[in-house]
Design a protein. Sequence first.
Length: 376
Amino acid sequence: MGRTKPKKKHLSKVQEPANVVKEEPSISALLEKAQSLIVQCDYELALKFIRRILEKDASNVEAKEMLGVALLETGEIEQAKQAFQSLVPPSPLAPAVPPPSAYLYLAQLSEDDPRTALDCYKSAVNVLMGQLKGKEKAADGNGSDDELEIKSNIVRALVGQVEIWMDPQYDLCFEPEAEKTCEDLLNLALQTDPNNPEALQTFASVRMSQQRPEEAKQCLEQAWSVWKDCEPDDPKLPPIPTRLNLVKLFIELALYAPALLVLHGIMSSDDQDVEAWYLEGWCFYLMSEQAKKSGGTYDELTWEELAKDSRDCLETCQVLHRNQDHPDKPILEHVQELISSLDALGIKPSPVDEGEDGGDWEEVDSEDDDGDIEMQ
């Protein structure tokens, strides 16, 4: 018996009418995606989303800020500068209240013009102070995370001005008002945030330049006390560059024990930081020198033991510097100079364990290649 011919069936899938257009993502969704890509350091793809936003809304302040950041990170310095300049007066496109971050970026991008950089920092402080007053009034005396962030940015802008006034590459440090200006700026910073580590460290640096080491030590101890017991993921922990600056100040004041403690905390977060290994090697080297002067020991360690520790740290720094093609050449030059001095003293590097042939120092890319980056 032959098969019966089946009846023609209707398609079960409901087809969309040909004239239905797929809905475009909202500006808020595009902003969120662009921000997440910037956090992931995928700046090229972030730029595509940012430009889609600006095609829809050419005056979107948040998108313009992100445009400047992404361009800066991709090396388009002049374009980044133009993006930030469009957000501040005298640009006719600037919003009524310019974002302080635009001024902060412009200050950093004006290193060749210290007066312009100072003006940008001052403008940032003025905007931030206005924001802080509004937050304090709304919070009715109770601090919030936003308020803390505003205070931190104010201090950063004030410290940025101090650093410009103190920088010997500019003529400003020779101006008669330089010292008082720095004092006033730092006093305002500490009035805004009394325990801010960055402000305290900068104050210590000023005190050291004034040959007032005891006051410098007090500032450093106060700065360190704020976060020395923090866990590695505690938001109160300053960024690594700030902690490295603290180490340099500790070493300059011969406070080697706290310098090493700070360095160990840094290395627990990033054991491939070239500058951290350099400073640890330099610290042990100075401790060894001190031990030789004081009878051969320092803190119950012989000068040879300290010198050996110094050599090992410096050798590691040298390997990391080479493998990372690190841009700071003076660090490498000083490392090689110190290694030569230790070599002349008969201090040799520790034997390399089997398997430690330098391959472990290669950077591992942990990014997923198939991350969810598509948004139609």
